[in-house]
Design a protein around this ligand. Structure first.
Ligand code: GLA
Length: 417
């Protein structure tokens, strides 16, 4: 009897689904084949906070091209919080008419005309963190509006979400983006609270692993009810997460503070560690007005290649000694990136006996064994060859700085690289 009832129910379900063209079936998963390497772009928040308008966005798109950042791989121009105006009587959201008088469609057209993509920001709750209209209850309408405007990337925040559960809320916006029909990169921004690395890979393309970054190398900023975190603090919070990352799914340690006032060596160390983490490289500085040192850091092609390596394996901390951390990242084609990061306030000597230090990455099973293979050594920041792994490597790493190397093994040689 139970069986009969069950099959009757199944029949009823399938015929109603057929009859209605399956209108109610939602697809709660992300668009596939986007962000197969960590997304690269710019976001307005770290430097401009709520001071966003169409002039800034256009000028930033211009600067991304004229500075050479686009040629280096940067692609997304992302407007963060505070672009919003009101909802109309039907509930559709519109940009602030004073800040964006030409409208979002015109802005997207402009950004696209430069060969770039436009990103926008919303929030799963009733209001954004900056107190603008949130998407709660308006998810499908907002996604439709973004598709109409030509938006390519959505950062979706987590303020004012009382009573919501993160996984379900992010699945709702993923379904809304699907229904709207325009492929959009979904950047999950719930600060790592509900372990987004566990459910995020199916729902979005990247997920914030922590609270907000703060523009310092090694400090914590206490805002009373919440804290923001320096570069080193964020780095430490990435521990245990690398197995969740890969093509199309990235841990996001937040947008970069490179170019926002840290000394050059700290900017270099910050950028280097983001490349090693296979982190999204989202610049957070004023692209219209940056020093040549900042630009050189953001556009170093060899560091970017480490980040954008097609295997998408997040790097790992191999060892720590005297405040110097050794980080490794397996790369395609028998290459490895190696970083010595000096976290102390004084310069530190490092030495590494490659030949007698065989290394196997537990996760990828890749092996760096200089006893078997001689690797050529390339210094990513001096942009010079630096011998091979037959000899013990020695260097002095200045305080809050890095030495970054790429080792190329036999297969890389065969491939002519
Ligand atoms: C949160 C996010 C930030 C930024 C602001 C905007 O704090 O984590 O990255 O988007 O909101 O209000």
């Amino acid at each position: 009897m139970k069986k009969l009832l069950l099959s009757l129910a199944a029949l009823a379900l399938s015929s109603s689904a057929l009859g209605q063209g399956n209108n109610y079936a939602q697809n709660y998963t992300k668009y596939e084949n986007l962000a197969m390497t960590p997304p690269m772009g710019w976001n307005s928040w770290n430097k401009f906070a709520c001071n966003v308008d169409e002039k800034l966005i256009r000028e930033t798109a211009d600067a991304m091209v004229s500075s050479g950042m686009k040629a280096a791989g940067y692609e997304y121009i992302n407007i963060d919080d505070c672009w919003h105006g009101d909802r109309d009587s039907l509930g559709f959201i519109h940009p602030d008419p004073k800040r964006f008088p030409s409208g979002m469609k015109a802005l997207a057209d402009y950004v696209h005309s430069k060969g770039l993509k436009l990103g926008i920001y919303s929030d799963a709750g009733s209001q954004t963190c900056g107190g603008r209209p949130g998407s709660r209850g308006y998810e499908f309408q907002d996604a439709q509006q973004y598709a109409k405007w030509g938006i390519d990337y959505l950062k979706y925040d987590w303020c004012n979400t009382e009573g919501l559960k993160a996984e379900g809320a992010y699945k709702t916006i993923a379904a809304a983006l699907r229904k709207a029909g325009r492929p959009v990169v979904l950047s999950i921004c719930e600060w790592g609270t509900d372990k987004p690395w566990e459910w995020g890979p199916a729902v979005g393309h990247l997920w914030r692993t922590t609270g907000d970054i703060y523009n310092c190398f090694d400090c914590v900023k206490d805002h009373g009810t919440w804290k923001s975190w320096g570069v080193m603090q964020i780095l430490d919070m990435q521990e245990g997460l690398r197995q969740y990352a890969g093509p199309g799914r990235w841990n996001d340690p937040d947008m970069m503070e490179v170019g926002n006032g840290m000394p050059v060596h700290e900017e270099r160390a910050h950028f280097t560690m983001w490349t090693m983490l296979a982190a999204p490289l989202i610049a957070g500085n004023d692209l219209r007005n940056m020093t040549k040192e900042t630009l050189a850091i953001l556009t170093n092609p060899e560091a970017i290649a480490v980040n954008q390596d097609k295997l998408g394996i997040q790097g790992f901390k191999y060892s720590t000694k005297d405040s110097v951390e050794t980080w490794l990242k397996p790369l395609d084609n028998d290459k490895w990136a190696v970083v010595f990061l000096n976290r102390s306030k004084a310069p530190q000597k490092v030495s590494f006996d490659w030949k007698n230090t065989p290394i196997v990455d537990d996760l990828s099973k890749k092996e760096l064994n200089a006893g078997k293979t001689t690797y050529k050594i390339r210094n990513v920041w001096t942009r010079k060859e630096q011998g091979n792994t037959k000899k013990t490597f020695t260097a002095t790493v200045p305080s809050h700085d890095v030495v970054m190397l790429v080792l190329s093994g036999d297969k890389a040689k065969v491939a002519g690289k």
